[in-house]
Design a binder for this molecule. Structure first.
Ligand code: 2RA
Length: 341
């Protein structure tokens, strides 16, 4: 079976990566690729492995003609159109990258390596927040082996989390700073060059930001953990381009043997253990950028939690594992399990 695949928002940072993942992986049987955009981009041409493609003006009807549609657009747009695109037997499967449907009971929130089977339940699938998807690649295999009592996460998140405008603001701001000019910030709450900003997304009533609460809500849903599992996060923006880093402290139910934990991570799909302090080898945004696998290192027994705790550091490409790659893996999983037919 060959599929007609649509991308909405293909000219944005995530949309571009979705197209490139489809092209370079070559696992999803793409017969036709259709690219949908706004009036501004409609009519322009995108060079792809599937030929030169003319960007079509977005419409729900045109998207419904596809077998699968990737939405790389904002939550308001997704809320307005996603369910209409997938409604009924003749609707398309929709894989939505926004947060619009992540917490809806009837919409699976999927990291294919963890809960890929959920994709059989619905034609609308939500892609997780990048911070959650990257962290869970390492957390999930450890949780399966040792159980989970508590998770404490601190993040160091790249400018790409705010899309191409975020990366552009960091690059032009850095140049301006070095030239002694004024650093303008429109995307981030403060100038990002040579700074760290302990705020991503809006503050909530409980003092956490929305980005931090996404980690709590999404980890529980994807791993099917009890609603009150204590998972907390401090999310910080740092001046890197496109790989998020995370310090994770896991309190476990069972005693942890660090060698076994390392073995578990070495065998986990989508994970690359980079952990040799002697050779100064550990995960870093520079090495994780452009990689499908998430790097995990600095693996050690936790002083805070003794035998029942592990601490480690994770870096993953925000646009790939945190967005586009996860979405494409969802489609590949659905091709495999028959949910696309
Ligand atoms: C960020 N997690 O890094 C967000 C993007 N989804 O800003």
């Amino acid at each position: 079976l060959n599929y007609s695949v649509g991308i909405v928002g293909a000219t944005g940072a995530v949309g571009k990566e979705i197209r490139q993942c489809l092209e370079t992986r070559g696992v999803l049987d793409v017969d036709t690729l259709r690219i949908f955009g706004s009036e501004r981009s409609a009519g322009s041409t995108v060079e792809t492995k599937y030929g030169d493609i003319s960007v079509e003006l977005f419409s729900e009807e045109a998207c419904r003609e596809c077998d699968v549609v990737f939405l790389a657009v904002d939550g308001d747009f997704a809320l307005k159109h996603a369910r209409n695109i997938c409604e009924g037997d003749d609707g398309a499967v929709v894989i939505d990258n926004s947060s619009a449907f992540r917490y809806e009971d009837d919409v699976p929130l999927v990291v294919p390596e963890i809960n890929g089977k959920e994709t059989k339940k619905s034609k609308l699938i939500a892609n997780p927040n990048c911070t959650t998807a990257i962290g869970l690649m390492a957390l999930w295999p450890l949780i399966q082996k040792f159980g989970v009592v508590k998770v404490l996460m601190s993040t160091y998140q790249a400018s790409s989390g705010a899309g191409q405008p975020g990366m552009d603001e960091l690059t032009s701001g850095t140049k301006a700073y070095l030239e002694g000019k004024e650093v303008v910030n429109k995307i981030f709450a403060h100038p990002l060059p040579f700074n760290v900003i302990p705020q991503i997304d809006k503050f909530q009533e409980n003092g956490y930001t929305k980005e931090e609460m996404k980690v709590t809500w999404e980890c529980r849903k994807i791993c099917n953990l009890p609603e009150d599992t204590p998972i907390s996060c401090t999310a910080v923006r740092i001046p890197t381009i496109r790989a998020h880093s995370e310090t994770i402290v896991l309190e476990t139910e069972k005693d942890v043997d660090v060698a076994v934990a390392r073995q578990v991570l070495e065998e986990a799909k989508g994970v690359k253990v980079v952990d040799d302090p002697e050779s100064l080898s550990y995960p870093m945004p520079l090495t994780a950028t452009g990689q499908y696998d998430v790097e995990v290192g600095r693996i050690r027994k936790s002083i805070a939690f003794g035998d029942k705790g592990l601490e480690f550091f994770v870096c993953g490409d925000q646009l790939l594992r945190g967005a586009a790659l996860n979405a494409v893996l969802v489609a590949e999983e659905m091709q495999e399990n028959g949910a696309l037919n």
